[in-house]
Design a protein around this ligand. Sequence first.
Ligand code: PLP
Ligand code: NAG
Length: 426
Amino acid sequence: MNESRTVAAAATGTLLVAAATLWLLGSRWVRQSPAGHGGGGGDGVQGAAAAAENKAKVQRVKRSVKNGLVGLIGNTPLIKIRSLSDATGCEILGKAEFLNPGGSVKDRVAVKIIQEALQNGTLRVGGLITEGSAGSTGVSLAMVASAYGCKCHVVLPDDAAIEKAQNLEALGATVERVRPVSITHKDHFVNIARRRATDAETLRLRNSQVTQLKGLQENRGGFFADQFENLANFRAHYEGTGPEIWQQTGGNMHAFVAAAGTGGTIAGVSCFLKDQDSGVKCYLIDPPGSSLFNRVTRGVMYTREEAEGKRLKNPFDTITEGIGINRLTENFKLAQLDGAFRGTDKEAVEMSRFLLREDGLFVGSSSAMNCVGAVRVARQLGPGHTIVTILCDSGARHLSKFHNPKYLAEHGLTPFATGLEFLVPQ
Ligand SMILES: Cc1ncc(COP(=O)(O)O)c(C=O)c1O
Ligand SMILES: *[C@@H]1O[C@H](CO)[C@@H](O)[C@H](O)[C@H]1NC(C)=O
């Protein structure tokens, strides 16, 4: 009831201000029609003058046209997640990376890798970009490669959902599905991707004379994107995501938390934030099967399963995709962390349903895990803190497992919580 009075008062106030402003402008027409509605007729000279003034004003404003696909990447909004903020007494903010045109935070990485490689000459326009990726990076590279006039070849394990290969092909990439083997094996999909780039490059060098002589289309060579080890990944976040977060919070933030796949996000953002204010706390949230938690908390790189000699066949034995790893990447090495938390598959699933129910946010598994991390950090720091995390991609990318009730039931992951009670204290 108070609310309607406030609204009425505000409306009256607005009208008064508008009327007073118009009055001051001294227009005869305004004096006849103080509410400023429905007029417009009868005063052609004033109308034309106003139109001319408006046009001039529009022209004075800086053009805000984005430059193609690449212009759409980054500068994502930072949103307050109301439910988690209310529940913790902290301000919990999510960087809406799912709004990038390729649907994920990896668009930034694709642009940075391709731009740098074109600049330093490792990649030529028309050349072939290769990557081993069953996830978002393949999608981003396929899309961004076209924007730069390059081609894209993605190698993925043949146990990845067939839609992933179909999606990449629809985006114009060529796709190679290979038998899943360990990363140490020469035929691991990442190693095959590297080899395809080397082969294309060898061919370019060998053929350049011949093609020139015969007037054939020149072979433009190949380039391995290598998101895990390529520090362009780190730089995409150190120069993009990090500064954007700092600017969007006006530097008023206490902590950042994220899970790591390649580690590019957590390393780039944590380094940038610490450079601005070393008091900003940065934390890792780690999914099951990953050894990064132990690395951060104890400086050792093995999982409990490994220590007990019963390491699972698939080290990424978790429903969360794109996060968790059992090797130390060049990107992750640069992360500046104050601590780490663990999150379970169950918690990620419950969190995603909570966010959907309470906030209408439909997110993927890594985003849900990041939000689990945000609540853990909020509980550790106590009320009154501002905590930032990343909403990496949308739930629409996860319909076959994470957002599939049948799959969840088969894996004992059916969500049933009504609040945040599923978050067990650690
Ligand atoms: C959907 C999704 N979320 C999060 C991540 C993790 O980000 P980063 O590789 O920067 O650690 C990835 C990376 O593969 C991803 O695909
Ligand atoms: C050029 O840039 C690419 C992309 O970041 C990188 O992978 C490559 O190592 C760089 N090469 C040189 C010679 O600097």
